[in-house]
Design a protein around this ligand. Structure first.
Ligand SMILES: [Zn+2]
Length: 1036
């Protein structure tokens, strides 16, 4: 699963997305015509499957009558459900209130707790209720939770195979289903407990396999707290026998983007609908009754009946299609291999597609709305998918497991993408691309999302984590491979060695440096906790730890280990220890002995990360002292777990270290640091030589040195920075800024380091500096001496800005590969120059905006549009704001809309900012997901920070109601609005605010308090020190 990610933090930066208007043009400036161009051609839909015409046509009439009856019955039942909602909501059977049920508040009337009792073989009424009460008392006497009330499913049953038959009624957005589950009994029991949520169950039948006669059902009920459906039998199911459970049900194809949901788009002025699924992590239970935990892998045979004007898709290819006379068709899909419920998927839509085939014969299709397919917006994705399947098959030495892979581009989706096996779903903006009008960043985003989802076909679909605590096992791998896979596609970009640092490592260390962080493996008890584990710690820290592991194992041994791991566990589940064991064995085979489990447990089960301090000893020969402690930004905060002070944190750290002098750096040595403090002998340590730790920043930790060593490093950078690698230059910058921010290092050191940048021609160190400066800038931007800081930064940027200049026109895309680094560097420097007030930069932006307004032609280069818009709005008068506002309304291109909207937040005019904040809550004007960005961007503007903060508090009820369910959005909002508050007064306001409202977003708020406390502490302790140094430095 890929979460929405923004690659940049500085002024509104959003890559170009699909420009619908311009995309209709046949781009002559497209990517170099690749070999996929021939392979991918539109095909008529009817060729895609074997068509079997129903032989018993005589039945056609009867079937259509039955269908009509079914629809009528469903409609009647639905209306009954709505009428009975009041009663149903009050009385879930033995529910004891609905407090713990996360979805309770947004349930449609009557859903989750349908009032109707299954019709067959079920006793209803008072007798059943009495029996229920007695049973509960019995469990209480035994001091045990009844099997349906436990957070995990009881383990006495195991599903082996599901036969699922669905009918989708797109005209009224309902569906009906019949599921037959073949069950294996491990322990005798009278209960069948499985997940089912927000559906109406019509009938239940249990039969012993291969024998006539059923097992009588005593009663059935929903238990909404754990989202299960319980079938109580008259007698126990017997061990080692197999039974068939049949359930007939119906439900809504909901508007909410989870379970089996609907979505729509407009084609030729007509609204068209589609139905698609999102089951991860716990929503399969909304589409069919099932054992909805990853460990219950089973095989599935799915059939979908729908109107013939639609087509249906699922994980496997269609085996046969049976047409009925009345315009309905049933698609029968091949049986899946063993798999988890949350990777199951289907869709009912009228998309078209293009296809290609891999060397190994896997058929890859991209399905999207017909207009997008026609103009070739899916061809880029299709082409790289084919190449990536070949890459992964070669890298993992495990073939792709299914005969086909469909990529489905949908207009709306709760995540950027979801890796369902054989049917991966992407939101359109993350897969469709028109190469002639997309910026490099947009192309990069699309590429990385696809690389991510394809990695999951192995890490996730084929080998699935046992339980959600180890979600990082699949997400960390997929995130890490985004960089490895992109390097395969674009070898010159050096993603894994370079961009990984700024986008993953530096980014997550900010978050994980808070005392309120959490370990990458997190305990998960109940369904409502599961969404919480899909956060940046799981994705980014997971990826950073995997990269560290690959690096200390050696990449080829690591790759061998992964091949073994996938081969051993394919079609099954695995926990982190399974991975550690396999990797340890791989190491042993090459004669190395490291207990990987012991090492990695410290990194995955402890939160945070260490800072290593290297002290060169000047008196004794070549001895250095290496110590470790937990890095935290606010060293005054009490540890989250009071039983465990920061002092007890200890890691086994693979510290790589090298010695350098003016023209040379030694090869690296690895030192395993496992104590608080250790002495080590370093050969050839001379008077003028410096030490450098964490070579190429492959380790997940920071390194600090004595001041003498920092000085030597600064000298080295100034004289000849190329002796130190690009990634270490970026690493030194990031470490220095963050060590200073947390008070481990004097404030002037990072600013002295960045002086060498005037000679730096590589993108990565500039990018690292720009990102590291950002929080410092926000700490200072409302102080009276801000101009001193501003002046200092401008001086560092000026010469490179002059050297690079502005891009003259839009990029020639055939040069993307070669010019990526150069264009990104130019963009970074222009961004710094304009946001710190370089006069030429301002003039240039104003000229470009004026040209646009007077000519009504937008000639602003794509890669810097966001910078120019923002600068124009902040410098120029209100007319420009109005012009951008007008363009925001008139443009139909998603990406352009977004950067125009963000530019509006750059104004100095508080009235305009207030107006914008108020408009942001109007869904007609600003999309729900964009409103959050408006508020956050206003908060980043020093003129708007207090306005956004006030607005946030006043509108919290509305905002929380809107985003409270989507934890990821909610925490983004809370941290975005609060992260740069930095006065005692604001800290008080924050604490009072948290006190005054009840519950919700507690984790985000405790993180916010800690961040603001650290900001206030920095202001109190270090601000003056910094200004003093700056003053002195500027007068020199
Ligand atoms: Zn993922």
């Amino acid at each position: 699963m890929a979460l929405e990610e923004k690659r940049e933090k500085r002024p509104p930066v959003t890559p170009m997305m699909i420009e619908e208007e311009a995309a209709l043009r046949n781009g002559s400036r497209g990517l170099p015509p690749g070999p996929w161009a021939e392979a991918a051609g539109p095909r008529p839909r009817t060729t895609e499957r074997h068509i079997a015409v129903h032989k018993r046509l005589v039945l056609g009439f009867a079937v259509s009558i039955l269908a009509l009856l079914a629809v009528t019955m469903i409609a009647v039942m639905l209306s009954v459900r709505f009428e009975e909602c009041g009663a149903a909501a009050d009385g879930p059977p033995r529910a004891g209130g609905n407090g713990s049920l996360s979805g309770a508040a947004r349930q449609p009337p009557g859903a989750g707790q349908p009032p109707g009792r299954p019709e067959e073989e079920v006793r209803g009424g008072e007798a059943a209720e009495e029996e229920e009460e007695e049973e509960e008392e019995e469990w209480q006497r035994r001091r045990e939770l009844p099997p349906w009330a436990r957070p995990r499913l009881p383990r006495h049953l195991r599903p082996l195979h599901y036969n699922l038959m669905l009918s989708a009624f797109m005209e009224n957005f309902t569906f009906s289903g019949e599921v037959n589950v073949q069950l294996e009994v491990r322990n005798a029991s009278r209960y069948i407990v499985l997940h089912a949520h927000r559906m109406h169950i019509d009938a239940v039948r249990v039969a012993e396999d291969k024998l006539a006669g059923g097992v009588r059902v005593a009663r059935t009920f929903f238990y909404p707290q754990t989202q299960v459906f319980v079938v109580v039998l008259n007698r126990s199911l017997e061990v080692q026998r197999s039974y068939n459970l049949k359930i007939i049900y119906n439900a809504l194809i909901e508007n909410e983007l989870l379970g089996f949901f609907r979505s729509s788009y407009v084609l030729h002025g007509e609204r068209r609908f589609l139905g698609v699924t999102q089951f991860s992590p716990t929503h399969a239970r909304k589409a069919f009754p099932c054992f909805d935990e990853p460990i219950y892998k089973a095989t599935f045979k799915i059939s979908i009946r729908h109107q013939a004007t639609y087509l249906s898709l699922s994980n496997m290819p269609v085996e046969t299609s049976v047409f009925e006379e009345d315009g309905w068709v049933t698609d029968h899909f091949s049986q899946t291999p063993l798999m988890s419920t949350y990777y199951l998927a289907w869709a009912v839509c009228n998309f078209t597609y293009r296809e290609t085939v891999t060397k190994s014969g896997v058929v890859v299709r991209l399905y999207a709305r017909p207009d997008a397919i026609r103009r070739g917006s899916g061809d880029y994705a299709l082409n790289i998918t084919r190449r990536l399947i070949e890459f992964y098959e070669d890298y993992f030495k495990v073939p792709y497991s299914l005969p086909k892979l469909d990529l489905l581009a949908v207009p709306k989706h709760p995540y950027a993408a979801m890796e369902n096996w054989g049917l991966s779903v992407f939101v359109e903006q993350r897969i469709l691309l028109d190469p002639s009008i997309s910026s490099i960043l947009y192309l990069l985003d699309v590429t990385m999302v696809i690389v991510h989802e394809l990695c999951h076909q192995w890490f996730g679909d084929l080998v699935t984590p046992v339980w959600w605590e180890d979600v990082w096992l699949k997400e960390g791998f997929a995130h890490y491979f985004e960089f490895v896979g992109t390097d395969y596609l674009y070898p010159g970009w050096n993603m894994e060695k370079q961009r990984f640092l700024t986008d993953v490592l530096h980014e997550v260390m900010l978050l994980d440096g808070l005392a309120s962080s959490h370990p990458v493996s997190q305990e998960v008890q109940q369904a409502s906790d599961i969404d919480r584990v899909f956060d940046w710690i799981a994705y980014k820290k997971g990826a950073a730890l995997i990269r560290m592991l690959a690096s200390f194992m050696g990449h080829s041994v690591f790759q061998m280990g992964l091949q073994d791991y996938l081969t051993i566990h394919k079609y099954g589940n695995a926990a982190r220890n399974d991975l550690w064991n396999t990797l340890s064995k791989a190491l042993k085979r090459v004669g190395k002995s490291v207990n990987i489990q012991e090492v990695m447990d410290q990194w995955t089960l402890q939160m945070g990360y260490p800072v290593i301090t290297v002290l060169g000893n000047e008196t004794t020969d070549n001895i250095i002292v290496i110590s470790q402690e937990r890095f935290v930004y606010d060293r005054d905060t009490k540890p989250k777990d009071p039983a465990r002070g920061d002092n007890s944190y200890l890691w086994q750290i693979p510290l790589t270290i090298a010695v350098g002098n003016t023209s040379h750096i030694s090869s690296e040595a690895i030192i395993w640091v496992s104590n608080k403090s250790e002495h080590h002998r370093i050969p050839a340590l001379e008077e003028a030589s410096w030490l450098l730790g964490n070579i190429n920043q492959t380790g997940y930790f920071r390194v600090n040195y004595d001041i003498r060593n920092w000085r030597l490093l600064i000298n080295q950078l100034t004289r000849n920075h190329e002796v130190i690698s690009v990634s270490n230059r970026a690493g030194l910058i990031d470490d220095a800024f963050n060590l200073a921010r947390a008070g481990y290092l004097p404030q002037n050191i990072p600013l002295e380091i960045m002086r060498y940048l005037s000679e730096e021609k590589d993108f990565l160190p500039w990018h690292a500096a720009s990102r590291a400066l950002y929080p410092l800038d926000k700490l200072l931007d409302r102080t009276e001496n801000y101009n001193i800081f501003n002046e200092y930064i401008l001086r560092q940027v000026a010469s490179m800005y002059l050297k690079l200049g502005w891009p003259t026109n839009n990029l020639n895309k055939s040069l993307v590969q070669a010019s990526y680094q150069h264009e990104e560097l130019r963009r970074e420097v222009i961004m710094l120059a304009c946001s710190f007030g370089n006069k030429h930069c301002h003039q240039q932006a104003a000229t470009l905006i004026s040209d646009w307004i007077s000519s009504n032609r937008n000639r602003i280069p794509l890669n810097v549009r966001d910078i120019v818009y923002c600068t124009g709005v902040s410098l120029m008068d209100e007319d420009v704001w109005e012009f951008i506002w007008m363009k925001f309304h008139s443009t139909t291109a998603v990406s352009e809309k977004k950067i125009l909207l963000e530019a509006l937040t750059c104004s100095d005019d508080r009235n305009l900012l207030n107006r914008l904040l108020n408009l942001s809550l109007n869904s007609e004007v600003v999309l729900d997901q964009d409103a959050i960005d408006v508020i956050i961007h206003v908060a980043r503007n020093p003129h708007g920070r207090d306005l956004a903060w006030k607005f946030f508090r006043e509108k919290w009820k509305i905002l929380n109601a809107r985003y409270g369910e989507a934890l990821f959005m909610n925490s983004k909002l809370v941290s975005g609005v609060t992260e740069f508050l930095n006065t005692e007064g604001e800290l008080r306001e924050l604490k009072n605010f948290i006190k005054s409202y009840e519950g919700g977003a507690a984790v985000s708020f405790s993180r916010a308090v800690e961040t603001v406390e650290a900001n206030v502490r920095w202001q109190r302790l270090y601000k003056e020190e910094l200004f003093q140094w700056l003053r002195k430095s500027l007068t020199q």
